[in-house]
Write a new protein. Sequence first.
Length: 199
Amino acid sequence: MDLDAQRRHMLTGAMYDDLTPELVAAREQAVLATDRYNAAFGRPAPERLALLRDLLAAAGDGAHLEPTFRCEFGFNISVGRNFYANFDCVMLDGGGISIGDDVLLGPRVGIFTSNHALDPAERAAGACYARPVTIGSRVWVGGHVTINPGVTIGDGAVIGSGSVVTRDVPANTVAAGVPARVLHPITDADRTGYTPTHL
């Protein structure tokens, strides 16, 4: 099975062989591509965005990840406009990661779509499966958050630092904890009246 067929198979959520030569080579290519992107820090934004667009399935205008960024493949990741990830972001994208516009990730956020088989013999043989992660627009994810396979985080949500997200988070809510749970909705009472000085 060629790499494109294996990629489509992974995205169905079915078990796949994580140890095929094609997937091993694709992960190696992702390491080299992320090294080029990370090494370009401080270069003009258009150059860095071009490198990011070579690595990911899609990257909107203004997308930026601080060094050091790591991903498993890159070809299953789409990020929107004005996406920002602070340093040490890790994305395992076997199941697909889709992130909306104006999303902020704090330092050391991990987004994991892939999982290994529970059976020890299957796991040793490379059996994996993956579930997609979807993050809406205008989401803020605090530092040291882990987002697990199959999770959807709705538009406008806030995830507190150190949380482990194991289930969907509704739009316009604050969620935190291990595992993360919804603490309260975001309402007009949360507005501070802040006006940006750069506008």
